[in-house]
Design a binder for this molecule. Structure first.
Ligand code: ZN
Length: 150
């Protein structure tokens, strides 16, 4: 029973805490923390896109291969409807990845001065502070000890 017996009105804007979302927040913050400059984000995203394209492209190529008569039993049944659907889906994925690559190339041509890279690093530290950073743990403790002024 939603809301029944709950204490007051809880903040509705609270971010979702389901396991999928929690994993996403963690991964999102980690990618900022470990790649806190424009250059690093460019390299990271380019590598991720290329890895995706390489693997998906190779799988598609392999599945589309004309079955080799010399190795019967190796090939998947080509008449299988779900396989045909998967091939069509993968072709779409690859087409989209190619489009994204064309768009990304523009972003990745950009170079910024060192001062701007430093700004990236500064804000990355604010957006995704190291959860195990000693200063942060100490600060959190201090904030929670602050007496209520009301
Ligand atoms: Zn969620």
């Amino acid at each position: 029973m939603m809301g029944f017996g709950e204490e007051g009105s809880t903040v509705p804007e609270e971010p979702c805490q389901c396991p999928d979302c929690l994993r996403f927040y963690r991964e999102h913050d980690r990618l900022i923390r470990e790649n806190p400059s424009l250059r690093q984000q460019q390299e990271l995203n380019w590598a991720a896109l290329q890895a995706f394209r390489t693997l998906a492209g190779r799988v598609l190529e392999d599945l589309q291969k004309v079955p080799d008569a010399a190795t019967p039993g190796q090939e998947l049944p080509a008449e299988d409807e779900s396989l045909q659907q998967a091939l069509a889906d993968l072709e779409n994925v690859n087409a989209h990845l190619f489009s994204i690559e064309v768009l990304m190339e523009r972003i990745f041509d950009v170079r910024v001065p060192e001062a701007v890279e430093l700004k990236f690093k500064e804000l990355a530290g604010e957006l995704a502070p190291d959860p195990l950073n000693a200063d942060r743990l100490r600060l959190n403790r201090l904030l929670h000890q602050t007496p209520d002024l009301s």
